[in-house]
Design a protein around this ligand. Structure first.
Ligand SMILES: C[S@@+](CC[C@H](N)C(=O)[O-])C[C@H]1O[C@@H](n2cnc3c(N)ncnc32)[C@H](O)[C@@H]1O
Length: 83
């Protein structure tokens, strides 16, 4: 199994998006998209709110480059309903 070093400096665009997730969660998502994602299946962000999770994934995918032969999509959904 591939080991990932999560001790990384996140790009400013990943840190600056307001969100409910921690810096470590952003690092995990960024590194997942950058180093672990194989291109199989779809990436679905269920509950993206302002996009902190989405941007972390998207930035990792973008920095990894277009190794899948086509642009990968992130399917992001949000209720936008505050109870
Ligand atoms: C922990 S918060 C999201 C944090 C967000 N991903 C971020 O990066 O800050 C969970 C979100 O899931 C949304 N949510 C809950 N149930 C949902 C559903 N059935 N479909 C879409 N979004 C949903 C909520 O509205 C809420 O914004």
């Amino acid at each position: 199994m591939k080991r990932i070093n999560y001790n990384t400096n996140l790009p400013e665009e990943v840190i600056s998006v307001p969100g409910m997730i921690s810096e470590n969660e952003r690092k995990f998502l960024f590194k997942y998209a950058l180093e672990l994602y194989t291109g199989k299946g779809k990436i679905v962000d269920l509950g993206c709110w302002l996009g902190a999770t989405t941007i972390a994934l998207a930035d990792g995918l973008q920095k990894m480059g277009n190794i899948f032969g086509s642009k990968k999509l992130i399917y992001a959904y949000e209720l936008f309903k505050w109870d």
